[in-house]
Design a protein around this ligand. Structure first.
Ligand SMILES: *[C@@H]1O[C@H](CO)[C@@H](O)[C@H](O)[C@H]1NC(C)=O
Ligand SMILES: *[C@@H]1O[C@H](CO)[C@@H](O)[C@H](O)[C@H]1NC(C)=O
Ligand SMILES: *[C@@H]1O[C@H](CO)[C@@H](O)[C@H](O)[C@H]1NC(C)=O
Length: 409
């Protein structure tokens, strides 16, 4: 009798647990289904991954529906090679939206077929995610020989691979961008934007193929990313604040630059930029701040930190150049009016390919202030003997290991 009672109790308890378990499972299933996005597969809009059908309309229509969907949505690009003309994906969208690329997006090889300065443009969007294992291929090879921007600055502009204008709380993860006709990713007026696990490549001799160009943006994080191109790996331009750039490998390329700045009157200050835990291999420059000689703007570049940086055969590992003049002769309207201040260069080591491994050439009218060098160890692998440091119009201090010996006083 007692054992029967006990057995019944056990059954009750087990059933109770089972019911609880099932209801927990139910809660888990319903809540996860609420976060699964509605998928808008470009193929159901007529897109063909055959490498030649023009998919511009199919992609645009998939975007429109996804953007209007009142919940989480995903534009999905499956495996295959999708030829795509110049396209703009505009918000605002009704919910969070992702652009999931598993295939390859192929740009027109003729720049004239893009009809815009950006091949794939995203504008006025909040909560956008670009992701997937896919590739965006700018097919720059045909147009690079027509790039004349190295000769003069009124050159016709080639299209950049992907642009983000007024896009907030967003991210790019995993995708690969290659062989853009000009810069690969362009950011203008973005806020809270993360770029992670991205790969950006173009040949080292391809003109103007910057990896990431960014202006008027804030709270940006770029990490775990490899960039090898024919121009700056990352160019940090006017009006940027609060950037954290880390674990980036750069090379070939021209380094991670603040600037060039000083060319236009509309520029704004650049403040709070950290570049850390990164490696430069075979680049022209690495740690670089450049401002135009005879600058039109009077702004400040401040609170800049480069920390834990390895150099492998870099032409100019550390360079502040306030006499930047790529198309000489520059009009001699005076020195750069840009104030560079509060710059920390800490724990930077490795090899230089030129004798002047540390080159601080600041403006005569606005000498650099508060430049701190801490633990620098750079050896010259090129001709000319031991590495040297050069200082012009610069005030600051040096401590810790200092090879080459500091020129600050
Ligand atoms: C992004 O943020 C800026 C200011 O932080 C705001 O002016 C702009 O409207 C925002 N854009 C979107 C698409 O929410
Ligand atoms: C960017 O990454 C940081 C963590 O590293 C995270 O806190 C933040 O929410 C991310 N922002 C976006 C927009 O994904
Ligand atoms: C740095 O980034 C690479 C990808 O470029 C990644 O494989 C590696 O795990 C990252 N390292 C850290 C410490 O996160």
């Amino acid at each position: 009798m007692a054992s029967f009672y006990l057995e019944n109790m056990m059954v009750c308890i087990i059933l109770g647990f089972k019911a609880l378990y099932m209801s927990l499972l139910f809660v888990a299933v319903t809540s996860s289904s609420a976060t699964i996005p509605k998928v808008f597969d470009v193929q159901s809009y007529g897109a063909k991954g055959d490498g030649k059908t023009d998919n511009t309309n199919a992609f645009t229509n998939a975007w429109k529906d996804a953007c209007a969907y009142n919940g989480r949505s995903r534009v999905y690009i499956p495996r295959g090679t999708f030829y795509l003309g110049g396209v703009t994906f505009k918000g605002p969208c009704s919910g969070k939206i992702s652009f999931f690329i598993d295939g390859t997006l192929l740009a027109p090889s003729n720049n004239d077929d893009i009809k815009s300065d950006t091949w794939i443009s995203f504008q006025y969007i909040d909560y956008l995610t670009i992701t997937g294992s896919g590739i965006i291929d700018g097919q720059g090879k045909e147009s690079w020989p027509h790039d004349e921007c190295y000769k003069h600055d009124k050159c016709p502009l080639l299209a950049m691979n992907m642009g983000f204008d007024f896009v907030n709380n967003s991210r790019i993860k995993w995708i690969t961008s290659r062989n853009s006709k000009a810069g690969h990713f362009n950011f203008f007026n973005v806020d809270h934007f993360n770029v992670t696990d991205v790969t950006i490549t173009a040949p080292g001799d391809s003109p103007n193929t910057d990896g990431i160009k960014i202006a008027f943006s804030s709270n940006v994080q770029i990490s775990n990313t490899h960039i090898g191109t024919g121009d700056d790996c990352i160019a940090i331009l006017s009006g940027n604040t609060n950037f954290d750039i880390y674990n980036v490998t750069c090379g070939p390329g021209h380094g991670i630059s603040v600037g060039s700045l000083g060319k236009s009157k509309e520029e704004k200050n650049v403040e709070g930029i950290t570049v850390r835990d990164s490696v430069f291999t075979g680049t022209i420059a690495a740690v670089r701040i450049k401002t135009w000689e005879s600058s039109a703007s009077t702004i400040a570049i401040s609170k800049i930190v480069y920390e834990n940086i390895q150099m492998v055969d870099v032409e100019s590992p550390i360079i502040i150049d306030q006499t930047y003049c790529p198309f000489p002769p520059c009009e001699k309207a005076g020195d750069s009016h840009i104030q560079v201040q509060d710059v920390t260069l800490k724990n930077i080591w490795g090899t230089s390919r030129s004798k002047v491994a540390v080159n601080l050439e600041c403006s005569k009218s606005f000498p650099c202030k508060d430049i701190q060098l801490i633990d620098i160890n750079l050896k010259n692998n090129g001709p000319g003997g031991p590495a040297t440091a050069l200082c012009e119009n610069v005030k600051g201090s040096a401590r810790g290991t200092m090879v080459p010996p500091s020129c600050l006083n």
